[in-house]
Design a binder for this molecule. Structure first.
Ligand code: CMC
Length: 430
């Protein structure tokens, strides 16, 4: 990083603030000394312009629609790698050699089971409990079962990461089996990461599941596309919670909770619910477009818009293609795909969406693929969480290892309440 300076003038005084330039040319004004030298803070609700850290993991250019993990382009990774390979890349910084990949896979197999006592937990959630609440609870609880591996020391990264990556998949599939009252299906050493997940989801004692190579390939692709997205809401949550010194599992559990929101990962479920509603309304697109444009109506087109992308989300473009291919390969004719494509087309010629740079995002077409795979709607955001996990772990580890800049995350505020009031004893209050 090279250093230049910006000049800030406040009340006639000039202050020199260092300019930080990232490796891809992204620029920031370093205001770390701002309050101590000027008495001012910056105010940036929603962190529209605030960088919270420097990171080596993911580069994103929202104006150009570029997304790279550790310097590799997302479409190249999605086309050529497995999710396990990409997880290794995010975590360790390099693509694995064949031996490293085999070792990492062996760890994933070794850690695939969850402690049998954890299985009893599933019995005590109400039958309609959200799988996201279950996931977040269970991941938090992992700390109690595996306290010796918290990641605090930064040692044993592959083991810690493999344990969490492997167990989240088992927890996700078990929560689904419990929700439908079917017996649990345990992980198998002979299946791949995605193959294992699908088998745990869909195998039944009465009807063995045959792992479909197209489904495995598509699932790998989807998880890769979700694997990291720099300082999004859930990753920032993981970093913020972790900055207080909280263990890895609990930090990730907080990230899962953040992801649940319909403005974030929960959008993939909201998209399908919206497309189903349009379908039931005899494809009355106009009604939904009108609602989405109405400033007095909180309704938004789910799966559209993004804080950082002001052009096509590169992930959405790949997912749309994969969606068409997968439905064709599985011989699935889902009317929601046609509705989604029509909705996209309508927005591309509507000044409201064009003027605000509102394009389909990663969540717009992913749910249609999950449906075709047989994954229930309320599990969609769990799928997102499984995909995002290597990113969360990588960011948590990076933050913990950054001994120079690591501090508890603690934003400031501008107070706008009462300045000072005289206390009135209870018996004198009207
Ligand atoms: N439908 C209709 N109008 C929208 C939409 C939408 N989906 N998204 C943004 N707008 C409008 C918004 O009303 C505002 O209009 P105006 O300038 O007239 O007030 C303008 O576009 C800018 O929106 P914003 O809310 O200031 O943008 P933001 O960066 O704060 O929010 C967002 C980004 C993703 C939360 C938002 O676009 C949204 O709510 N989208 C729908 C939910 C969604 O798909 N979320 C998934 C995001 S991608 C994956 C992920 O992060 O998990």
């Amino acid at each position: 990083m090279s250093e230049k300076h910006a000049t800030l003038t406040i009340e006639g005084n000039n202050y020199r603030l260092p300019i930080i330039t990232g490796t891809a040319g992204d620029k920031a004004i370093d205001i770390r000394e701002l309050r101590s030298t000027t008495g001012y803070i910056t105010l940036d609700s929603g962190y529209m312009n605030t960088g919270s850290c420097s990171s080596d993991i993911t580069f994103l250019d929202g104006e150009k629609g570029i997304l790279n993990y550790r310097g590799y382009e997302i479409d190249v990774l999605a086309e050529n790698c497995s999710f396990v390979e990409v997880s290794y890349l995010l975590l360790m910084g390099e693509l694995p050699t064949q031996t490293q990949l085999n070792d990492f896979r062996a760890l994933l197999s070794r850690f695939a089971l969850i402690h049998e006592d954890m299985i009893h937990f599933f019995d005590h959630f109400p039958p309609n409990a959200s799988p996201m609440a279950i996931l977040s609870t269970m991941v938090n609880t992992l700390h109690n079962f595996y306290p010796e591996m918290t990641g605090d020391s930064g040692e044993d990264l592959p083991e810690i990461a493999a344990r969490l990556l492997s167990k989240i998949r088992t927890i996700a599939a078990f929560s689904y089996k419990k929700s439908i009252g079917h017996p649990l299906v345990y992980p198998r050493y002979d299946l791949s990461y995605c193959g294992n997940f699908l088998n745990m989801m869909f195998d039944k004692p009465v009807k063995p599941y045959v792992v479909h190579p197209q489904v495995v390939a598509t699932l790998n692709k989807l998880l890769i596309l979700h694997a990291d997205h720099e300082q999004n809401c859930s990753t920032s949550t993981v970093r913020l919670v972790g900055s207080a010194g909280v263990n890895l599992y609990t930090s990730i559990s907080a990230g899962i909770s953040a992801l649940w929101g319909p403005l974030h990962g929960g959008a993939n479920q909201a998209v399908i619910e919206m497309l189903e509603a349009i379908h039931q309304d005899n494809n009355d697109f106009e009604k939904y477009i009108k609602k989405a444009k109405d400033p007095n109506n909180p309704f938004r087109l789910s799966g559209f818009g993004h804080r950082v992308y002001k052009t096509f989300d590169p992930r959405a473009t790949i997912i749309k293609r994969a969606c068409k291919q997968t439905l064709k390969a599985l011989n699935v004719d889902d009317p929601l795909l046609e509705i989604a494509m029509q909705l996209e087309e309508i927005t591309r010629s509507d000044e409201y969406f064009v003027g605000r740079n509102l394009y389909p995002n990663v969540d717009f077409y992913s749910g249609i693929i999950y449906r075709a795979m047989g994954i229930p709607t309320d599990m969609f955001t769990v799928m997102f969480a499984m995909g995002r996990l290597p990113g969360w772990i990588s960011h948590w580890m990076e933050m913990m290892g950054d001994t120079k800049d690591r501090r508890i995350g603690r934003p400031r505020q501008i107070y706008r309440g009462h300045k000072k009031r005289d206390f009135v004893p209870l018996h004198e209050r009207g």
